[in-house]
Design a protein around this ligand. Structure first.
Ligand code: AMP
Ligand code: MN
Ligand code: MN
Ligand code: MN
Length: 282
């Protein structure tokens, strides 16, 4: 069996590649089971499926839903979702409206900081996909206001910084419910990616499990073996399955390489063996 990568992005949100090019790149790296999980949209799934069929690899329809929990933003990945499920589509349509309004607000703040025509430029960069903070970061780089992506977020786009605009995304239980009613599995994305203390991470795992979450992303593109082990222990303690995903956005972010992941630690049920995802792999 080839490599498994259950967390990736395309131009439908903040990835650099078109859905078809992402699938080509994954196939070239020996990925045999790939999930496309764009932020709050399913728009890339159809072209990705067509490309996957050509390569003979399995494409799992997915999404990464923005959630507000305890005034923090969490990301919940849905895997194996029915892309025509009304509950999920309505939920994502609402998040897309929140995103669009937030983009206008962020753009206004950036204009004050000297970035001209920020909304139009971000809108053009997104090319019909969801507008994300990654797009605004690219504008800041273009205008020479920061040296790299990291700096864009640190100086301007993170909570508390001048171009940040706080919004309320979906509730945790809502996101899990949309995924379940679409026949999918809910995965707690990159548990070490929220800058939380161990105590907060434990609360997050408990809340996610309490609301019926199915799996945790145990191995991510930018985690170390100690963090993976911590995730594995928490997932086991809560009876969650384990998932692996690079969170690939672009070839420029080489540390989040597509399909280059550690294997799941022993004693965890791989989420891709669940019946909800097995159907896509036949
Ligand atoms: P949004 O969902 O629009 O708030 O955008 C969040 C996205 O910004 C994440 O999914 C990442 O792709 C990206 N991002 C967040 N923080 C950073 C960072 N420090 N450096 C680079 N990209 C980041
Ligand atoms: Mn992203
Ligand atoms: Mn994420
Ligand atoms: Mn992601």
């Amino acid at each position: 069996m080839g490599t498994i990568d259950l967390h990736t992005h395309s131009r439908a949100s903040d990835g650099a590649l078109t859905p078809a090019d992402l699938v080509d790149a994954a196939a070239a790296r020996g990925v045999s089971v790939l999930a496309l999980t764009d932020h709050d949209t399913l728009a890339g799934i159809e072209p990705a499926c067509a490309a996957a069929e050509q390569h003979g690899i399995c494409l799992i329809p997915g999404v990464e839903i923005s959630v507000t929990w305890q005034r923090r933003t969490l990301h919940i990945v849905g895997l194996g979702v029915d892309t025509a499920a009304p509950g999920l589509l309505n939920g994502l349509a609402w998040l897309q409206r929140v995103r669009l309004q937030r983009a206008h607000d962020i753009a206004a703040r950036l204009e004050h900081l000297g970035v001209t025509t920020a909304f139009t430029r971000a809108h053009d960069l997104a090319a019909g996909g969801q507008i994300t903070r990654t797009h605004f970061a690219r504008l800041l780089l273009e205008d020479g206001l920061a040296r790299n992506m990291q700096q864009c977020f640190k100086r301007y786009l993170k909570p508390g910084k001048p171009a940040h605009r706080s919004v309320t995304w979906a509730a945790l239980e809502q996101a899990i419910d949309w995924i379940h009613t679409a026949g999918g599995l809910a995965v707690l994305a990159h548990p070490h990616g929220y800058g939380m203390s161990g105590a907060w991470r434990r609360r997050m795992y408990a809340a996610f499990t309490h609301h019926g979450g199915d799996a945790a992303e145990v191995c991510c593109g930018n985690t170390n073996p100690r963090q993976n082990q911590d995730n594995a222990e928490r997932a086991r303690a809560h009876g969650l399955m384990g998932s692996i995903g690079s969170d690939f956005h672009s070839h420029a972010q080489h540390w989040l390489a597509l399909g280059r992941l550690q294997s799941l630690p022993r004693g965890l049920t791989p989420v891709w063996e669940h019946a909800a995802l097995a159907a896509a792999q036949t």
